[in-house]
Structure formats: C-alpha cells, structure tokens
Write a protein that binds this ligand. Structure first.
Ligand SMILES: Nc1ncnc2c1ncn2[C@@H]1O[C@H](COP(=O)(O)OP(=O)(O)OP(=O)(O)O)[C@@H](O)[C@H]1O
Ligand SMILES: NC(=O)c1ccc[n+]([C@@H]2O[C@H](CO)[C@@H](O)[C@H]2O)c1
Length: 198
C-alpha cells in the first residue's frame, strides 16, 4: 500500500481550506487533518506583552495530539478512514494508494510534521490581500481590533523566515491566482508526482 501525505500550508486566508476541499473531491482514498482543529482552548492561549492572545504561534496548537492523529493514519489508513466515516474507493487493489492531506498555517515550522509530508505546497498572498480576506472572516474567537497588524502578520513573517532558514523544501503557490487555477496546478502536480503509472 502506497501512503502519500500532502501538505497544504501557507499564510492565513491564503486559500488552504478552499484548495483542500477541491482536492478531497477528486483524490482517491483521501483523508484530511486540519491543524486548526488542534487549537488549545482560549483559556490556555498565552497573552503577550502586546496584550493580544497569541493564537499564531505553534504553542497555541496541541501539536502532540496532531502528530498522534497523523501517526494513526500512517499506521492504518483504512481503519482511520472508517473511524472518520470516509468511504474509500478500491478501484485498483494492486495499485492501492492512500492519501492524507495536512492543512494548516504552521505545518512546516514543525520538523516532525514537515518531514512526514511527501510534498509540501505553500500558498502565499500579499499583505493587503491577506488583510482584506481576513477582515471578512469569523473565527471561533473573533479577531480583536488591531490583531492582524499587531500579531497575525508579524508572526506570519517570522514563521515564514524560520521556515526558509530551516531549508525545508516547499512548492510555492501564488494564492492570488483564481481558485480553479490553483486547484488545477496542484492537482496536476500531485498526479504527475504520485498517481501516474510509471
Ligand atoms: N484563489 C482565491 N482567490 C480569491 N479569494 C480566495 C481564493 N481562495 C480562497 N479565497 C477566499 O479567501 C478566504 C479564505 O479562504 P480559505 O478559508 O480557503 O483560506 P485558509 O488559508 O484556509 O484560511 P485560514 O486557515 O486562515 O482560516 C475565503 O473567503 C475564500 O473564499
Ligand atoms: N480556530 C480557532 O480556534 C481560532 C481561534 C482564533 C484565531 N484563529 C486563527 O486561525 C488562523 C489559522 O487558521 C490563525 O491566524 C489564528 O489567528 C483560529
């Protein structure tokens, strides 16, 4: 059984969830793990010297639990899918491929998780576009005024720099392309790298 882990990382509001949903619709035997599902509860989120709750740091996420979930998939993708109510297609048992998508804004700043990915896509958008998209969003805990400029964007720049300094290899994707164009590029790349018979 071939196991493939696809990382869909990148900046907040870069279009990670949108792309992930489209990929799930077409990839065979595909499960997904969202990093946002592992945020710690609000009362466990540190308050910084700037007065903001520090959501955009890796310690705001229960990474141990996330890694355990990914490990459960690696150990038994079929059992994982069944326990998550996902129907698997078995069109070609000889070429059985199992795919896991990891979606999140801090995937590649975690060495273990980054190393688990067979491929790491990274969506970026510029500051103005990111701020515009973010202002239309409603998270479980709404952004207080000033959070984007005071915490979200500076943390994005810091993590991006750390990721680049770590030397982890990524496939950059321009998040300003249309949703369809982004999907086509990434899906074609996945097909070429992992799904085409060689
Ligand atoms: N290619 C695109 N062009 C224009 N708008 C887009 C594009 N992709 C996504 N969007 C819009 O941007 C917003 C954020 O998209 P999405 O939820 O997919 O991002 P995300 O990276 O998962 O965000 P986060 O992880 O921060 O919640 C949504 O309103 C979505 O419709
Ligand atoms: N999902 C959540 O619980 C939550 C709460 C507060 C803030 N966020 C934001 O999610 C983004 C990542 O998708 C980060 O930029 C967080 O600020 C999420």
């Amino acid at each position: 059984m071939k196991r493939i882990i696809i990382g869909i990382g990148g900046v907040t509001n870069g279009g990670k969830t949108t792309l992930t949903k489209k990929l799930i619709g077409v990839l065979p035997n595909c499960c997904v793990v969202h990093q946002d599902d592992f945020f710690k509860p609000p009362d466990q989120i540190e308050v910084g010297e700037d007065g903001f709750k520090q959501w955009d740091v890796i310690t705001a996420i229960d990474m141990e639990s996330m890694v355990n979930t990914v490990t459960a998939w690696v150990e038994n993708p079929v059992k994982f899918a069944r326990s998550h109510g996902i129907a698997l297609s078995h069109s070609d048992l000889d070429e059985d491929v199992q795919i896991l998508i990891l979606e999140g804004f801090l995937l590649y700043n975690h060495k273990l998780l980054a190393n688990m990915c067979s491929e790491r896509y990274y969506l970026s958008i510029p500051y103005e576009e990111c701020k515009r998209r973010r202002s239309g969003r409603n998270y479980t805990v709404p952004d207080p005024p000033g959070l984007f400029d005071g915490h979200v964007w500076p943390m994005y720049l810091k993590h991006r720099q750390e990721m680049e300094a770590s030397g982890v290899s990524i496939v950059s994707v321009d998040g300003q392309l249309s949703k369809d164009e982004i999907f086509t590029r990434v899906y074609t790349d996945i097909q070429n790298r992992f799904l085409n018979a060689s």
